[in-house]
Design a protein around this ligand. Sequence first.
Ligand SMILES: NC(=O)c1ccc[n+]([C@@H]2O[C@H](COP(=O)([O-])OP(=O)(O)OC[C@H]3O[C@@H](n4cnc5c(N)ncnc54)[C@H](OP(=O)(O)O)[C@@H]3O)[C@@H](O)[C@H]2O)c1
Length: 242
Amino acid sequence: MTTLNVLITGAARRVGKMLAEAVAEAGGNIALHYGHSRTAAEATAAALRARGATVALLQADLSNPAEAAALVDRAWEALGGLNALVNSAAIFENLTWETTDLAAWERHLRVNLTAPFLLSQAFARRLLAEPEAQGRIVNILDWRALRPAGDHLPYTVSKAGLAALTQSLAVAFAPRITVNGMALGAVLPPSDGQPAPKVLHATPVSRWATAEEVRRTLRFLLTGPAYITGEIIHLDGGRHLV
Ligand SMILES: NC(=O)c1ccc[n+]([C@@H]2O[C@H](COP(=O)([O-])OP(=O)(O)OC[C@H]3O[C@@H](n4cnc5c(N)ncnc54)[C@H](OP(=O)(O)O)[C@@H]3O)[C@@H](O)[C@H]2O)c1
């Protein structure tokens, strides 16, 4: 069986760390990307190594397109090959149409949409150059991507673009690379100190997601049927329906 070698962006802490744990649980190895969180990345890597995973730590600023484009090759060399890419790094700012300036707009699109495209392009170029190799891409979305409203405006637009990219690349990269999305609801409160949103009244399942549910969903998309592509699984307790 081929070893699962996965590049995960923004994997030092929070949701990205859960995703890295999911790969370790599946017996895979991780190219663990981080931006600023070096200390957290080292701690996460140590914990994953203790469970038997090979972990390569890679720093890059994903708002810089050249650094984003170069990351796949660095991960490929570090792990001796990759067969999956998980795009989780993102920024999430509480901006409206009135408070969004050009810099904020461009920052969201660069990190949340342009970087996943450049990473996917680099991943496909490397993988498709290897005869017979098969790969998987999982993009971390948000229920807001398919139910846009006026809050978190540039974030929501960037994630809606990422949902469209998921489906476009599923077609473009078939049959050798599947491209799917996980549209998350309430997993963790925002990391920027904003108060935890009061979401439970708008969540039919009426609770936050567990880390185990996040991990299981990723494992399914990385190791489940390769006939599933272009799919966006909502792990949001039904929030997108109401
Ligand atoms: N938390 C939730 O409940 C929730 C809900 C819906 C969707 N999501 C999605 O799940 C994913 C992870 O969410 P989260 O709440 O864990 O996110 P987060 O804490 O806000 O940030 C995720 C990571 O993105 C990385 N990042 C941001 N800008 C970067 C840049 N310019 N260069 C490199 N890395 C950069 C950061 O890495 P460093 O810390 O190393 O700088 C950060 O750790 C995101 O795609 C988010 O949209 C989360």
